[in-house]
Design a protein around this ligand. Structure first.
Ligand SMILES: [Zn+2]
Ligand SMILES: [Zn+2]
Length: 161
């Protein structure tokens, strides 16, 4: 989505609102394609004392497979993008996005921010216990018989020191 900035470029206080929907369903994160739903973006570009800012809220649902226990789960994704837009950003300026011909390509900004922000690892919950490597039991459902055995081996190791 190309946004024409001529109405705000030389007008401090002026703003433009925008809404867009992006499709990242083919994007790989980790070994998965979790962005199966549309990504909704609502944002604003405004001129504050001659500096052009872009703010955007990005929302979707991620459909993932847990990297530890292999369970399917859905998680809401929300993030806020805040960046500067510059007519001639310096080459080493990684904070700003370029304004070209008085307009800005919003999809590119959202896409690169989204990719940078996304996890490459997905857990159904931060403390997921995963699957027992020995018997394949889902350890979130409670300990399997193997756990005790491992514990006693660790205890034996500790005794050595
Ligand atoms: Zn899990
Ligand atoms: Zn087990």
């Amino acid at each position: 989505m190309l946004i024409d900035l001529r109405s705000i470029l030389d007008r401090p206080g002026a703003r433009i609102s925008f809404n867009t929907e992006l499709d990242f369903s083919d994007f790989m994160f980790g070994a998965q394609k979790p962005v199966k739903e549309p990504v909704y973006v609502s944002g604003e570009i405004f001129n504050k004392a001659g500096v052009i800012f872009l703010l955007a809220d990005v929302v979707t649902n991620l459909h993932c497979v847990c990297d530890r226990c292999a369970a399917d789960f859905t998680r809401e994704y929300r993030s806020r993008i805040e960046t500067l837009l510059c007519e001639k950003p310096d080459e080493d300026d990684t904070e700003s996005y370029p304004i070209e011909n008085d307009s800005v390509e919003v999809d590119e900004i959202i896409t690169s921010a989204f990719v940078l922000d996304m996890d490459s690892r997905f857990l159904c919950r931060p403390d997921c216990r995963g699957i027992c490597a020995k018997c394949g039991a889902d350890l979130n459902d409670g300990p399997c018989g193997c756990a005790e055995e491992t514990d006693s081996r660790w205890a034996a190791l500790k005794d050595l020191f």
